[in-house]
Design a protein around this ligand. Sequence first.
Ligand SMILES: Cc1cc2nc3c(=O)[nH]c(=O)nc-3n(C[C@H](O)[C@H](O)[C@H](O)COP(=O)(O)O)c2cc1C
Length: 235
Amino acid sequence: MDEQLDAVLEAAPAVLSVVYGVPSAELVAGAHARGIRITGTVTTVAEAVAMDAAGVDAIVASGAEAAGHRVSFLAPAEESLIGTFALVPQVVDAVSAPVIAAGGIADRRGVAAAFALGAAGVQVGTAFLRTRQSAASDAHRAAIAAAADTTTVLTRAMSGRLARGIPNQAVRTIEQNGAIAPFPAQNWLTGQFRAEAGRRGLGAFASLWAGQSAALATRTEADEVFAELARGLPA
Ligand SMILES: Cc1cc2nc3c(=O)[nH]c(=O)nc-3n(C[C@H](O)[C@H](O)[C@H](O)COP(=O)(O)O)c2cc1C
């Protein structure tokens, strides 16, 4: 971990994004000394207050609609499932850093709503998954193309940590068997078949991360997604 952070500081990207906790004072100071802006992701107001106290440059408020892992760090992820619409204004009221809204934003309407709630920016994942520039597999793309509002679920089955995705045979079978190891053990275990599933293009045994806005992810060029999102920015 320390070696990874040293490598990031040396590479000096424009932004360093931290999840699953508050960055140390040394890391924030080290990033700032190299001109790197640092952001931290939160899922509750309490996490946002702790993140703000660490002196980050922006706080990503991640609502329960978002794809992938719930990066909660002060309470269990299952108790930190606030929707973006409720979370963003409460975080804005509680912190001094600019707030970036994440979760469920997929077009100009979502961007406009996020800014109306007090956000200074948005973070978008799901809307890009079907674009030509995405690294998603064909099976992942097909699952998103077939998704409706009710399709995604929160599960610990694939990694041991709570994450949102499209349920498949692997998720259903693991959840029915009831035995899920904690992270990182579960992640390692499922990695044994996920790697092979990737090679064979088997969506039934892959991680199909996607957010609740999956059905809005209709565009297949990333610049079209950016253009659509930009139309929701305040004048
Ligand atoms: C395929 C995929 C994998 C993701 N994996 C992670 C992850 O490992 N850690 C994390 O903090 N966020 C992860 N995210 C969340 C994104 O960083 C972003 O916050 C989220 O996609 C925003 O919500 P949306 O999907 O509704 O647009 C992932 C998103 C996607 C689409």
